[in-house]
Design a protein around this ligand. Sequence first.
Ligand SMILES: [Zn+2]
Ligand SMILES: [Zn+2]
Length: 402
Amino acid sequence: MGNETSQKELNAIKELVCNEVDARASMLVEASHAIHANPELNFEEHFAHELLTGILEDEGLSPTRKAYDLDTAFEASAGSSGPTVAVLCEYDALPDIGHACGHNIIATAGLGAGLAAAAVAEQMGGSLRILGTPAEEGGGGKVFMGDRGAFENVDAALMVHPASGDLVKMNTIAIHRLQVEFDGQASHAAASPHRGRNALDAAVLGYQNVAALRQHIRSDERIHGIFTDAGKKPNIVPEHSSMEWYVRSKNVRTLEPLKKRVLDCLEAGAMASSCTMTHTWVDPYYADMVDNDTICTLYAANAHRLGRDPLEPDSENKVVGSTDMGNVSHLVPSIHPMIAVAPYGVPIHTPDFATHARSETGDSGVIDGAKILAMTIVDLWANNGNMESAQQEFASAISQRR
Ligand SMILES: [Zn+2]
Ligand SMILES: [Zn+2]
């Protein structure tokens, strides 16, 4: 172990990484706009994968394309010693509404942070892993990457997500997706309705049961479903129907009893209509996020340097959702802060938010996000106990969950 990093040294290196981001500002913003203009769904992010790995190549970081057996994942690294910090880039979009979750900003803020930190990695004695993580919107890219070793020997993992406010963390809850099929008996709806067993009735009754259940669940639990097959023609009693549900709860443990209650509701619908039901829990599930407060505090202090003031989420000011970063946070100390790119109150997953993801404020999110993450990486590489504190906090948070 060398000498403790002085505050003066740390400030100088932070200024350096901010300059490294500024030197690449127009390239990063251009990349953000290009990804925004080419929205791609889960595991089909070929344009973004090509663009981002091309930039890493140009910067001399020799990325691994199609990393971890995923066509649109990538990995690049820098530094040869010391603790390893991973910075994560998401770049998938949503059906019909494009980059309404602003992952173009996540991708390029992460890229900018990685490139800036790489420039000081050898000097600081730190190692870096830049990970391109596809399919956050339901595909669970990070879960597959984690299963295949992407976070082995990683000491901390960072990313930043755009939002309509600066927050040190998101209220992230666990989710499991559910696919349900009902089968009945077709019949002519007018000539012989008594011979029919109506699979749409089964789904509707099941839906109503879940609607009643919603009154009696915890305030941090969410259940939402849609009909994906509701019959073919009004004069044919539907012999088949299907639904898709998202079931969310505070954490993986509290999710299990809720899953059982939802299934009971749906099965009661099948029973009442003399139909049968089959179901599949669609893996991977997303775990709740274990936010590392040590790293959140470092992130907030670095955000202050740029005039941002990330708040703790409260009941008035929070984003509730689920992310595969939650699964990463059970493997290594992790953060998932939110950076303001839209006026207060504009929700993500709306066309309005997609517009803000490619705007002047969106572009500031890219540059500030890159700088804040790069400075936080510097803090974790510094020889001043930050990484040790983050590790200790992680160990005790994880042991309490077992
Ligand atoms: Zn989203
Ligand atoms: Zn998102």
